[in-house]
Design a protein around this ligand. Structure first.
Ligand code: HEC
Ligand code: HEC
Ligand code: HEC
Ligand code: HEC
Length: 224
């Protein structure tokens, strides 16, 4: 092998290794530690997982470190066209409710159930909840408690729903396959999103479990 070809190979391999090393929560928009790059940054806290998980005394699964509140929600319902067949609850449940413990726009990012060894986490008051910053309307991460304009979540997605939706005609839905997944049989925020992987290096932003290029993710479940 020529020296130059070998060099190209080595450089290529190191880019790959660096790429892998930077994937994950650290450095993502879900990294609220002092070292992170999110628009929401703690003044001194260095722990990354603490904003969502605690090793002990959790409020919920999976070792959830925030209080959840299911009051005051409006959920998606296509009453105008009456095409929605899923039974959507009056508030998000399960994993979706966990996402809403920040994405409701009013819950403080730095308030958790169990603090680390240095006690309460300080964060600038002007950027400690999603409602503090303004975004363009279409890319606004502040979902608010009005989820009526968001893809339905927290409902059971099984073969009964597929049959009900087909109403005697050909199926319009199919059950998701990996990397998409249901949580105890339900379609949740984390069915489409992986909160740990922003996807900057994999082309799966924003935190999607797979690329939605060509609407491929939508077409995993919708036969359209
Ligand atoms: C912004 C919030 C958030 C942060 C930060 C976060 N997680 Fe999570 N994590 C979640 C949510 C929500 C779930 C449940 C949904 C799921 O399984 O994808 C979860 C699930 C998990 C699970 C169980 C499911 C699985 O994938 O194995 C583990 C383990 C986990 N997280 C570890 C971590 C670790 C370690 C860190 C820090 C490096 C971390 N998480 C940071 C939100 C977060
Ligand atoms: C601890 C608080 C917290 C939790 C819990 C949390 N998020 Fe976030 N998330 C944020 C904040 C804050 C931002 C905005 C960061 C920014 O704009 O820099 C964000 C941004 C995002 C984005 C947009 C990223 C982009 O590129 O614009 C997505 C998608 C997202 N979160 C999905 C989820 C999902 C899905 C869950 C649950 C599985 C979840 N988040 C749980 C705080 C949280
Ligand atoms: C059926 C799949 C699906 C579900 C379920 C879903 N999302 Fe998303 N979400 C997406 C896709 C796809 C995008 C990217 C949209 C784009 O690029 O135009 C997105 C974008 C986002 C963004 C970035 C801001 C924006 O408006 O584009 C946030 C924040 C977010 N989702 C949070 C959530 C939360 C929280 C839940 C649960 C309440 C959720 N998502 C449920 C597919 C989903
Ligand atoms: C994990 C599977 C899954 C993915 C991925 C998914 N959907 Fe859905 N979607 C569903 C299910 C199940 C329903 C509920 C259908 C029903 O009850 O009739 C639904 C409902 C909807 C509805 C409302 C239908 C109505 O009757 O009001 C629309 C529109 C929709 N999805 C579009 C999308 C788009 C666009 C994407 C990609 C950004 C997407 N979906 C991704 C499973 C999925």
């Amino acid at each position: 092998m020529k020296k130059s070809a070998l060099l190209v190979l080595i450089i290529g391999a190191s880019i790959l290794i660096v790429g892998i090393a930077y994937a994950g929560v650290s450095g993502s928009k879900h990294d609220f530690s002092i070292g992170g790059t999110s628009g929401f940054q703690a003044d001194t806290e260095t722990e990354v997982c603490i904003f969502c998980h605690t090793p002990h005394g959790a409020s919920d699964v999976p070792l959830w470190n925030k209080t959840t509140n299911s009051t005051g929600y409006t959920m998606y319902n296509s009453t105008v066209s009456s095409t929605l067949d899923a039974t959507v609850p009056t508030a998000p449940t399960g994993v979706s409710l966990l996402c809403m413990s920040c994405h409701d726009g009013v819950s403080a990012i730095n308030v958790v159930v169990n603090y680390g060894p240095n006690g309460p986490i300080s964060m600038p008051a002007a950027s400690d909840q999603l409602g503090d910053l303004s975004y363009p309307p279409s890319r606004n991460p502040n979902l608010t408690k009005d989820l009526s304009n968001d893809h339905p979540v927290s409902f059971i997605f099984d073969t009964n729903l597929i049959t009900l939706d087909a109403a005697g005609g050909p199926a319009q839905l199919k059950l998701p396959v990996a990397p998409l997944k249901l949580f105890v049989g339900k379609l949740e925020c984390a069915t489409c999103h992986d909160p740990h992987e922003e996807g900057k290096s994999t082309g799966t932003t924003p935190f999607l479990r797979m690329s939605n290029a060509g609407s491929d993710m939508c077409l995993t479940c919708h036969i359209k």
